[in-house]
Design a protein around this ligand. Sequence first.
Ligand SMILES: Cc1cc2nc3c(=O)[nH]c(=O)nc-3n(C[C@H](O)[C@H](O)[C@H](O)COP(=O)(O)OP(=O)(O)OC[C@H]3O[C@@H](n4cnc5c(N)ncnc54)[C@H](O)[C@@H]3O)c2cc1C
Length: 398
Amino acid sequence: MIGTSAGRTAGRLPDAANVVVIGGGVMGTSIAFHLAEAGVSDIVLLERSDLGSGSTCKAAGGVRAQFSDPINIALGMRGLEAFERFPERPGQEIDLRQPGYLFLLTDKEQVAAYEQSAELQNRMGVPTRLLTPGEAARLNPIVSLDDVLAASFHPRDGYCSPESVVLGYASAARRLGATILPHTEVTGIDVNGGEITGVHTDAGTVRTGAVIIAAGAWSASLGVMAGVSLPVEPLRRQILITEPLPASLAALVTHETPMTIDASTTFYFHREGPGILLGMSYRDETPGFRWEYSEEWLPPLVESMERRAPALLDVGIAHRWVGMYEVTPDHNALLGTSTDVSRLMYACGFSGHGFLQGPAVGEVIRDLFLEVAPAIDVSPFTAERFASGMLRGEVNIV
Ligand SMILES: Cc1cc2nc3c(=O)[nH]c(=O)nc-3n(C[C@H](O)[C@H](O)[C@H](O)COP(=O)(O)OP(=O)(O)OC[C@H]3O[C@@H](n4cnc5c(N)ncnc54)[C@H](O)[C@@H]3O)c2cc1C
């Protein structure tokens, strides 16, 4: 996460703002950057802790366009393009690696679903291919493929550094005139007759007519402050980083080895520095802010590793951390403008794939703020879809 030197500004809370962005993760900082770049003045971003300290800097850093929902494919592809150009715009090195994402598929229904997704991705200009187990083995020589029927692979997917992305957006937004205030907690939002009039914080009140809620797993409580339902729940997810790999393994799993995912169990791993970053969604986890590390996930994790990548079981664990997915009932984001409160926009509920959507969502919310049609139509992702029963299930989640 971005601490005092890079992320904190000496600025104080202004009396008034054109727009207040709540949350200093990838979403809030990307939105602030895109608004400032478009010439919006008097932007204030409020983050209650360090920038990036929510889910963003807990992410595995994976970036991809392999999804089943066309909106997610478009947001993911736009994200890849933006991450590739990040050193020029907004101007930050982000350690982007693009060895691809390799989803290993073990049952016929799964293969059919990924085939269908790959066809849709191809029609949208994403060259995903279904590979044979032999082709998958050449891309990642340490995985056991006895029960694998096929693999889905897009070579432009990859991973990069969440800390650097937040730093890049926040620094550029500040250079363009935005006020970025870490360690400033929003405590209330005033709404009168459907109009926003101000935002309360632990450092005072700022008058404003527009608010963007980008508060990750905490967004539901910010919605309540404005009288708007944002159905987002926190769900604990854990990551392990191994000790440096022995030379024999280091030669086989390199930064050219794809991010590899066992689609049935969600066990995934990629090279991280001298070791491996690995994780898995623990199926029995229940919603709630539980920040303590839990060993409950180890039996299913070890079982998956034994079956899929047994060589990794001999490598020690150097670090681990706990983060929160910000989950919605259909595992798709909430993006839009409230129909009840004028100029209240929200970008939250990314359900485990928000880091990669940061750049595209910044553009979309900029356009919603400017009241022009976004290049990617996200209207099916409105928070009102749950009341009308128009859910959008995403198949390809990790
Ligand atoms: C273990 C793990 C692995 C992941 N791996 C990936 C991955 O590989 N690829 C991917 O795309 N995604 C991944 N994700 C998901 C990704 O991290 C999130 O979807 C994304 O970071 C969400 O960004 P955000 O800006 O919406 O939220 P956050 O980064 O959580 O930012 C929200 C911010 O709002 C602040 N806030 C909350 N309440 C207030 C308040 N009252 N006042 C002021 N500020 C407030 C919080 O402090 C927080 O910093 C992963 C998540 C986890 C936990």
